[in-house]
Design a protein around this ligand. Structure first.
Ligand code: FES
Length: 491
């Protein structure tokens, strides 16, 4: 089913609802867990205090929901016998059987110590670079090293395969539906994607993983606008962002040549001018004369010990968990670290949902927002940098900060803050995977946060154009070009 969005602000397509999901109960490793309808498996488990969903392949470190958008492997579990299901994107269904794939028990603390003793001889990626020749040596090592990693063996793999239903006799010859050729395909319906859509002529396809145009921030801002305490009005940058985003949505052309696909994700790009789109369980292909890449950025947590601790998120993940899956945060303690638009939006949203805040502001600026936070009596800290995060008992995180400066202070000068969850608001990492698959010429530009089109740092403005090897033009825009979200919503 393709979600077609009708171009009226009053008519927004809701997420697909399961009519049988009024009071779903799922089973985790044999234990029945009642859940809220219309949430994801990962968030349902979080509501029941289950944060450790899987373990890292190499060292067995605990993993929990992280990106909340199907972009990592941290939430993989077995669902109804199917292994490696991304539970952050799997809606709960009554009677669903969820199972952990691995317990991480093999690794335990002694094994981790043993492995770390040998880590000097086994740097990251060593098994991809060494033992590749001759083939017999490579096979010997792969046969012995690979089984030591991964997520273990399925106890009932053969049985599960036998239980799979046979393909129906009238199954379509192709696994995907062809949407045809478009003059322009725009990936991302955030502020830059919307801006681009306004100026297109000819058949245009606008794709976004949000159900409605405007992106996750708009959903968060809209929710905040309904907060009875009037929190939004206290934060000028958030009010401006909401106004700009709403006017971008309302400025979309209404003619039939613009087609919006919500709740859809581009999962591959193929030569010379094709994309593969997934919407729910459906796959679709589309071709383009011109591609506009406005897919935004990915969360970056930063480099520090414990940056993989379950309970740590970036702002984009938090928006999804709150507005899409209804993560329960009332009465919880939330730690926020960072600065900028996302930091204040996350803080205001969490506060409006009843969370108790502890803010650590690491960026200068936003004086009005700081003043509003003080006025609201939110706990506020400055002048420190995040040093380490640890998990406490599987339900809390503890963050350690040290004074900002070149010389670390004595241990006693460190500050420890505990919380139920922590949100790290850093500059995002530009999304680049689909342009890369289509052959775009990319370069690592650390000042822009990651891989962006080569030479774009010498250009100014919100867009940068290249020609793909297949001959079609591609335009990079907004956060996908390394620009900050504030630049996007306030431009
Ligand atoms: S894929 Fe589910 S948390 Fe990243």
């Amino acid at each position: 089913m393709v979600h077609e969005w009708e171009f009226s602000p009053e008519k927004r397509i809701p997420l697909a609802r399961n009519p049988d999901s009024q009071k779903p109960t799922i089973t985790l490793d044999g234990k029945a867990l009642p859940c809220r309808p219309d949430t994801s498996v990962a968030v349902a488990l979080w509501d029941h205090g289950v944060r450790h969903l899987s373990h890292s392949h190499k060292y067995g470190r605990p993993r929990g929901v992280t990106c909340a958008r199907g972009h990592c492997t941290n939430c993989l579990m077995r669902v109804d016998g199917v292994p490696n299901v991304r539970t952050c994107e799997t809606p709960v269904r009554d009677g669903m059987l969820v199972a952990t794939q691995d317990t991480g028990a093999f690794y335990g603390a002694p094994m981790q110590k043993l492995l770390s003793l040998g880590s000097a001889w086994m740097p990251v990626g060593f098994y991809y670079k060494w033992f590749t020749r001759p083939a017999s040596l490579s096979r010997f090592f792969l046969d012995r090293i690979r089984p030591m990693t991964g997520v273990g063996r399925l106890p009932d793999a053969t049985q599960a395969m036998r239980a799979l239903p046979a393909a129906p006799a009238d199954a379509p010859a192709s696994a995907s539906t062809d949407l045809g050729r478009f003059t322009t395909v725009i990936i991302g319906a955030g502020p830059t994607g919307l801006q681009a859509a306004r100026h297109q002529t000819g058949a245009t396809l606008l794709v976004d993983d949000c159900a409605t145009p405007g992106g996750q921030r708009l959903l968060a801002l809209r929710e905040l606008a309904t907060d009875r305490n009037g929190t939004l009005a206290r934060f000028p940058s958030l009010t401006t962002a909401l106004d700009r985003l709403e006017s971008a949505v309302n400025g979309l052309p209404t003619e039939a040549d613009l087609r919006f696909m919500g709740g859809a994700k581009v999962v591959a790009g193929y030569y010379p001018d094709g994309i593969l789109v997934r919407q729910g369980t459906e796959l679709m292909t589309a071709r383009f004369d011109k591609l506009i890449w406005a897919a935004g950025a990915l969360d970056t947590i930063g480099l520090f010990p414990g940056n993989d601790t379950p309970g740590l998120f970036g702002p984009r993940a938090l928006y999804r968990l709150l507005t899409r899956d209804g993560l329960q945060v009332s009465g919880r303690h939330a730690l926020l670290v960072g600065g900028g638009l996302d930091f204040w939006l996350c803080a205001a949203l969490l506060a409006s949902r009843g969370a108790t805040l502890n803010l650590v502001v690491t960026e200068t600026g936003c004086q009005s927002e700081v003043a509003a936070a003080v006025d609201l009596k939110w706990s506020l800290n400055t002048g420190v940098v995040l040093k380490e995060v640890k998990g406490l008992g599987g339900h809390k995180v503890q963050a350690t900060f040290e004074p900002h400066g070149t010389t670390p202070g004595p241990t006693g000068s460190h500050m420890h803050l505990e919380a139920d969850l922590a949100v790290i608001c850093n500059a995002g990492k530009p999304a680049y995977d689909i342009p890369y698959q289509l052959g775009a010429d990319l370069a690592l530009v650390p000042e822009r946060g990651g891989f962006v089109p080569r030479d774009c740092d010498q250009a100014t403005g919100q867009e940068f154009q290249q020609t793909l090897p297949g001959g079609a033009p591609i335009t990079f825009a907004g956060e996908a070009l390394g620009l900050s979200p504030a630049d996007q919503v306030n431009s």
